[in-house]
Write a protein that binds this ligand. Structure first.
Ligand code: XMP
Length: 513
């Protein structure tokens, strides 16, 4: 695959992945590399530009992370953001000091004035809000640099050496709070680095298919398909590339949401590939009977999944490639921390140990989640699969509190489906990162018609989050919650009470179990 590439050099800032996503949204491919990456390796990528990210450090400190100064000798443009800007100034002969007084420290929304003669700000308004977060002050700007933006407190909010293609901004253009920030990044890419915009999903699809064909040859590929976005898009891409050489095994553990198993099967019906659906609901329910402890549920489901998959793989025999839907955030190596930690992520834990295969193939390794969805659309997958919210591997087992029975699963499925329908009807689904119903093991007294009821309380959970490490409870409008509640108690037998969870994470978690 040959694309123009931007290297996002990671100094440990909190928005680094966001920078990379913004670059790609502008139609330019980019990779995030830790600042410790050897220069030779960076040169091999042949980038058209570098973006130095923000970071938690001060450049004048002894052990501050530094980039190889030779980067500035390569004749390749550099955009420094925040720490990246100060590092560039420091390296090229400027002086950065700790801000002496509070006035020179800037945090949050700041009115900023731009020199629209500077390529970075070409075609943009002369004034706008930018999102600052710097405690250090650029006392002396390096030779060759001009001031390109200022605020009331700071004369050098942006600096530019147009001749060498070096630009630095003390704010974060990648965050939404910065007005026209993405257009500034776009200007850097197109006006400064000479980007042509050769990163599109159409293009990716074509080259990825060619690459997979070349790699797989006449070999056989096996994929565990969960019905989640990543494995679904992975399946569609592989199916397009190698058709019948692909076998997808979809283990239906009986803990899916309403109609989910059939939907997944229907979605893949048009594809020429081997689709194996294993209806293992009985088997899983049998193992889970009487189990109430959440971690034990997870363990049983994980082990049983492996066993079922193993049996199916055994029927297929040896394969050449085991495919996985690993995506880019799982493989980014961070520049933060002492030792760079590579997060390794396997969609199905432990798979490689027990399936007979020669090599792993991960065709989504380069893509962010939104790009995976885009690719799914490009490949013609139905929207309900592509825009699907995350769903935990153990499924509804961890949303039925306490012991799991078929009856409870059926009750929960109906309530959950109503919640999803009403959220979608109101257009609220787009504002929610994850939302679902939970069948509590609380039963309480109600009154229906003239009779007393003693039935289950269902809890609704809706959260907003960017990374699922922390989450806020979603402010779903009362009218929507009301519509959901009325429908659930009317349409789902054995529920007489609907609760809405208003706890953030922490202290709660997203799931109840
Ligand atoms: P928690 O409950 O930990 O959830 O705040 C964070 C995210 O992880 C998902 N989750 C799981 N996903 N297996 C999974 O594949 C699990 O056992 C599991 N537990 C939680 C949860 O749905 C949310 O998106």
């Amino acid at each position: 695959m040959s694309h123009q590439t931007i290297i996002v050099l990671d100094f440990g800032g909190q928005y680094n992945q966001l920078i990379a996503r913004r670059v790609r949204e502008c139609g330019v491919y980019c990779e995030v590399k830790p600042y410790t990456t050897p220069l030779a390796e960076l040169k091999k990528i042949n980038p058209i530009g570098f973006i130095f990210t923000g970071g938690p450090n001060s450049v004048y400190l002894e052990d501050a992370p530094k980039a190889d100064a030779e980067i500035f000798e390569l004749g390749i443009p550099v955009l420094g953001i925040c720490y990246g800007c100060q590092l560039m100034a420091h390296t090229l002969g400027g002086r950065v000091v700790a801000a002496q007084d509070d006035a020179a420290r800037e945090y949050g929304r700041t009115e900023t004035f731009y020199d629209t003669g500077c390529p970075l700000f070409k075609g943009l308004p002369e004034k706008g809000v930018s999102w600052m977060s710097h405690g250090d002050y650029m006392e002396k700007v390096p030779e060759g640099f001009a001031l390109a933006a200022h605020s009331k407190a700071c004369p050098n909010v942006a600096i530019a050496d147009v001749k060498r293609g070096f630009y630095g901004v003390q704010y974060h253009p990648e965050v939404n709070h910065t007005e026209n920030g993405v257009r500034m990044i776009r200007n850097f890419l197109y006006e400064v680095c000479g980007a042509v915009g050769d990163w599109t999903m159409e293009d990716y699809r074509r080259t990825a298919v060619e690459d997979i064909r070349r790699k797989v040859g006449g070999g056989r590929v096996l994929l565990a398909l969960s019905g989640g976005v990543d494995s679904s898009v992975c399946a569609a891409l592989l199916a397009e590339a190698v058709g019948q050489q692909l076998t997808c095994v979809f283990v239906d553990h009986g803990l899916m949401r309403k109609n989910e198993g059939d939907e997944v099967e229907a979605a893949f019906a048009p594809w020429a590939m081997n689709f194996v659906r294993v209806d293992a609901g009985e088997r899983f329910l049998g193992k889970l009977a009487g189990v109430t402890e959440p971690e034990r549920k997870r363990k049983i489901i994980g082990e049983e999944f492996i066993r079922v998959f193993e049996e199916e793989a055994g029927k297929i025999g040896a394969v050449d490639f085991l495919a996985q839907g690993t995506i880019y955030p799982d493989v980014i190596e961070s520049g933060a921390g002492n030792a760079a930690v590579i997060k390794s992520h396997h969609n199905v834990g432990g798979l490689p140990d027990y399936v007979d295969f020669k090599e792993i193939i991960e065709p989504l390794r380069l893509l962010f989640k939104d790009e995976v969805r885009q690719l799914g659309r490009e490949l013609g997958l139905p929207e309900y699969l592509v825009s699907r919210q995350p769903f935990p591997g153990p499924g509804l087992a961890i949303r039925v509190i306490g012991d799991i029975t078929r009856e409870k699963l059926d009750i929960l499925r109906e309530a959950d489906a109503i919640f999803r329908e009403e959220a979608a009807r109101a257009g609220e689904d787009k504002n929610l990162s994850q939302y679902f119903a939970v069948l509590t093991n609380l039963r309480s007294v109600g009154v229906m018609g003239d009779g007393r009821t003693y039935d289950y309380a269902v809890a609704l959970r809706g959260v907003t989050t960017s990374d699922f490490m922390t989450a806020d409870w979603a402010r779903i409008p009362y009218e929507v919650l009301d519509a959901v509640s009325v429908r659930i108690v009317n349409e789902v037998p054995h529920i007489n009470r609907v609760l809405y969870d208003i706890t953030s994470k922490p202290p709660a978690t997203v799931e109840f179990e």
